[in-house]
Design a protein around this ligand. Structure first.
Ligand SMILES: O=c1ccn([C@@H]2O[C@H](COP(=O)(O)O)[C@@H](O)[C@H]2O)c(=O)[nH]1
Length: 224
């Protein structure tokens, strides 16, 4: 069975990214590359990482006017990523244009509420303090816009799935029981996140910053 773990390789260093991916490749289902890696290495870096043969999740979290997001995604079409992210807060028209611009085989998923935000952060930006309400509202909007799924924390995934049984649910903020949360505020263990309805688990630092990333990935896999 393919592993539900996508390892988040957040580094500007292409050689380091390649080395980590090569070490963990047998225990993960794909590689997630985000802003840090893309800003340093661009499309060339993504192509290099794709050479490893694992699905690529391109997590650029687009959030702009519909025309700009559509054109940016069109420019990425040759990379054919397995998964691509936009912010649901960009609105329905932006999500529709994002989906229309993406390659047919690419899942476009919308970030609902970042896992680094808690109730007081939400209040501070003028949103209702309970993340559940915001996740549910944006999940319904992403579904209406024709996207493939959403990104939310393990705490909200069951509620989101109730609204969208056929959706694809990406869960970051995943931490093994003994692991440091770092800047993540809404966290859950890998096993519990899967049991709650995650389609895939995004796990970065608990694997990439471990002394032995291969052992860390294997140990997490063993809990699933
Ligand atoms: O709400 C979100 C959306 C995306 N992310 C990304 O996932 C990884 C998590 O890395 P860790 O080291 O496991 O914390 C990272 O690349 C984020 O950009 C997220 O954390 N939360």
């Amino acid at each position: 069975m393919t592993s539900p773990i996508f390892v988040a390789i957040d580094t500007p260093d292409l050689d380091r990214a390649r080395a980590i991916a090569a070490r963990v490749r047998n225990h993960v289902g794909g590689i997630k590359l985000g802003l840090e890696f893309f800003s340093a290495n661009g499309r060339h870096g993504i192509k290099e990482m794709a050479e490893l043969g694992l699905p690529i999740f391109l997590d650029l979290k687009f959030h702009d006017i519909p025309n700009t997001v559509g054109k940016a995604i069109q420019a990425l079409r040759p990379l054919e990523p397995a998964i691509l992210t936009v912010h649901a807060a960009g609105g329905r028209a932006m999500m529709e244009d994002a989906k229309a611009a993406a390659p047919t085989g690419t899942k476009v998923v919308a970030v609902t509420v970042l896992t680094s935000l808690d109730s007081s952060d939400l209040s501070s930006i003028g949103l209702e303090p309970n993340p559940h309400g915001q996740v549910e509202r944006l999940t319904a909007l992403a579904r209406e816009a024709g996207l493939d799924g959403v990104v939310c924390s393990g705490n909200e995934v069951a509620a989101a799935k109730k609204l969208w049984a056929g959706g694809f649910f990406v869960v970051p903020g995943v931490r093994p029981a003994d692991s440091n949360s770092g800047d993540q505020k809404r966290v859950m263990t890998p096993r519990k996140a899967l049991d709650s309805g995650a389609s895939i688990l995004v796990i970065g630092r608990p694997i990439t910053q471990a002394e032995d990333p291969d052992l860390a990935a294997r140990s997490i896999e063993a809990t699933l």
